[in-house]
Write a new protein. Structure first.
Length: 361
């Protein structure tokens, strides 16, 4: 009898968590596991999900109310199967998984924490008490799960401070390691940034840095969608950057993003483990990133790229200026041993996840 896996992610909008879950689902051995995916809202990944995956769309807008249906389905479907695993992603749904599902017999619960807990220290309108409560409940409830996973050493360390032990499984992001690309001297540069257009990514610090630089030998392309798109567009227009900065939206084809890019810039306030840095390293694209946990972890502090002080447009402008004057220096930093990327191969990370699941029984 197959082990039944039930994945749940609150949002299947394009993003790092969605990419990671869909890659796991695509590569998990269907001969060993029966795969099920709960989701709510739009499913942007529907065309990438194999036919053997059972999809269940949850109709309520609020995650809390959808857990009543999840619980009802799991109580029914797990009765006649001895090995069942529910895999939750993202902190608030992880908490609800323990509250709603812990008492179901024959069900193992795996919690996947995919972003830095620093997110909960970033208060937007009306979020102060909600974030405080989530962080409190993480400390109280996560240890009632059967396994806690993270996608970075940084997030595991943050959980350890709350007395939560976790295991690391890196996100499977690349299907193969690409051959080394030779450095070519250029007079004009394509700068890129990749990620959801949300407050976490701090595009305004990046745009302010671009405004400082007087050079005209570059253009910046922003790949992503999100709730801050109008604000970012307005900033570009109001600061006369529309001839330098272009919002390209979501682009699934990684080759279109990275193959002709000369520099990746990541200005995030917090990160778990940013997919785009790993992808850029695979394409030999030099990197400038904010000096925060997930970024520093992949870049081995500043060994494989430059870092700048978070939310500091002057420091970022200086680093970009340095690249535009002497791109060869940062290209040399990018020259890592590509065997280090093996831990991000989809096939390898999926095998690790399969083993962790098997070890639960």
């Amino acid at each position: 009898m197959k082990t039944k896996l039930y994945f749940f992610i609150p949002s299947l909008e394009y993003g790092g968590a969605g990419n990671a879950i869909i890659n796991f689902i695509r590569f998990i051995d269907k001969n060993k596991f029966e795969l099920n995916l709960f989701y709510q809202g739009d499913n942007k990944y529907k065309k990438y999900i194999p036919n053997h995956v059972n999809l269940c769309k949850l109709r309520k807008k609020k995650t809390f109310f959808n857990y009543f249906k999840i619980r009802k389905i799991l109580k029914s479907e797990t009765k006649n199967n001895s090995e069942n695993v529910f895999i939750s992603n993202i902190h608030f749904s992880n908490i609800l998984s323990i509250i709603f599902l812990r008492t179901i017999p024959n069900l193992k619960i795996v919690l996947f924490e995919r972003t830095s807990l620093k997110e909960l220290d970033l208060y937007q309108s009306g979020s102060f008490f909600k974030n405080k409560l989530i962080k409190f409940l993480i400390g109280k409830l996560y240890n009632f799960s059967d396994l806690v996973l993270t996608n970075s050493k940084n997030t595991s360390k943050e959980l350890k401070k709350l007395n939560i032990n976790s295991k690391i499984i890196y996100s499977g992001l690349i299907s193969k390691i690409l051959p080394r690309k030779k450095f070519k001297k250029k007079n004009f540069f394509k700068l890129i940034t990749v990620g959801r257009l949300e407050i976490q990514k701090d595009y305004f610090t990046l745009l302010k840095a671009i405004k400082i630089i007087n050079f005209n030998n570059f253009k910046l392309f922003i790949y992503g969608e999100g709730s801050k798109k109008n604000e970012i567009t307005n900033f570009i227009n109001e600061n006369n950057l529309k001839n330098k900065v272009f919002i390209k939206g979501h682009e699934k084809n990684k080759n279109k993003i990275y193959s002709n890019a000369d520099l990746l810039i990541i200005s995030s306030i917090f990160e778990g483990l940013p997919n785009c840095i790993i992808e850029a390293l695979n394409y030999d694209v030099p990197i400038i990133a904010s000096n925060i946990g997930g970024n520093k972890e992949i870049l081995s502090n500043s060994k494989y790229g430059d870092t700048f002080k978070v939310e500091n447009e002057s420091d970022l402008a200086l680093k970009i200026y340095s690249f535009l004057k002497n791109p060869k220096r940062l290209n040399k930093k990018n020259n890592l041993d590509k065997n280090l990327l093996k831990k991000f191969l989809i096939q390898n990370t999926t095998k690790i996840l399969e083993k962790k699941i098997i070890d639960l029984f």
